[in-house]
Design a protein around this ligand. Structure first.
Ligand code: ADP
Ligand code: MG
Length: 275
């Protein structure tokens, strides 16, 4: 059945106050959705709700018409994979073992990996450029290396939907572009559906086809990047003046931070390079 993930008016609280309220949106097969919003606006919580790790107190989330609460972890994991920064393991497991764990939802009752599982793991590790790390301990890797290993683990799950929570915070610019290019390619060529949370508005605008902008636990706007990412919206939500023009290489909105201080110094010639 074609993938369709629907959040129907969900609200969630960790206890005392609502962290998310009245959230409704839909992700269909082949979508590439970006979720942006200030720190604490509820982005990571929303990812956990979409993966069924947390359950909303109000409303429900349906995966192809079935409530997430009516599915087992394994049933969800066959269709949805997550890369989230919370996944820092501290026990000694090497990279190849960890990546193979991604096959778990697909293994038979005996739960042994076969040749095919090893092949899928090797291919995913090559795609994410971690083949050389296969025999290293996961907990000894750098943040960026771990992030690429976790992507490999998510890919061997062969999900229809990939949920990514700030996947590139630890990555260099070259690995950031490689990471997003790989995801975009799988989105275009294999129909992989992607939901990515990013604090980098420009990255989200460049790669996502649609954007959800969260503010204080509510959807402030959702739509095409040019509809959501405007200087006025950014100013309203982040309280900062920005310039928004068009990225000449992607034709997507591009946000440039604006600092009164730097602007003044530059005008005075203080901030310029020597002629
Ligand atoms: P974001 O990812 O957008 O920065 P989060 O979803 O992590 O936002 O957090 C949203 C709000 O929920 C914040 O106010 C945060 O402090 C709170 N929160 C997050 N996780 C927990 C938790 N496990 N227990 C209690 N409050 C939490
Ligand atoms: Mg977060």
């Amino acid at each position: 059945m074609a993938l369709d993930l629907k959040a129907n008016n969900i609200s969630f609280s960790y206890g005392t106050h609502w962290v998310l309220q009245d959230i409704s949106f839909e992700v269909s097969a082949g979508d590439f959705l970006g979720i942006i919003g200030p720190n604490g606006s509820g982005k990571s919580t929303l990812i956990k709700l979409l993966d069924g790790v947390l359950t909303p107190q109000q409303g429900d989330i349906q995966l192809s018409g079935v409530k997430l609460t009516d599915l087992t972890r394994r049933e969800i994991a066959r269709r949805i994979a997550v890369v989230s920064p919370g996944l820092w393991l501290n026990f000694s497991v090497n990279v190849q073992q960890l990546v193979l764990m991604g096959r778990y939802p697909h293994l038979g009752n005996l739960r042994f990996e076969g040749k095919r599982d090893y092949r899928i793991a090797r291919e995913a590790m090559a795609l994410t450029d971690v083949s050389d790390l296969a025999h290293r301990y996961f907990h000894e890797l750098s943040g960026g290396e771990r992030q690429r290993v976790l992507l490999a683990k998510a890919l061997v799950q062969q999900p229809e939907l990939l949920l990514l929570d700030e996947p590139t915070v630890y990555l260099d610019i070259n690995h950031t572009v490689d990471f997003f290019d790989l995801i975009k390619k799988m989105n275009r060529e294999q129909g992989l559906t992607v939901v990515v949370v990013s604090h980098d508005i420009n990255l989200a605008a460049d790669y996502a086809d649609r954007i959800v902008l969260l503010n204080q636990g509510r959807i402030f706007r959702q739509g095409f990047p040019y509809e959501v990412i405007t200087a006025e919206h950014i100013h309203t939500i982040y309280g900062k003046k920005v310039l928004v023009d068009t990225n000449p290489t992607t034709s997507k909105p591009r946000v440039t931070l604006f600092s009164d201080l730097l602007s003044r110094l530059t005008k005075e010639g203080v901030n310029n390079q020597p002629a």
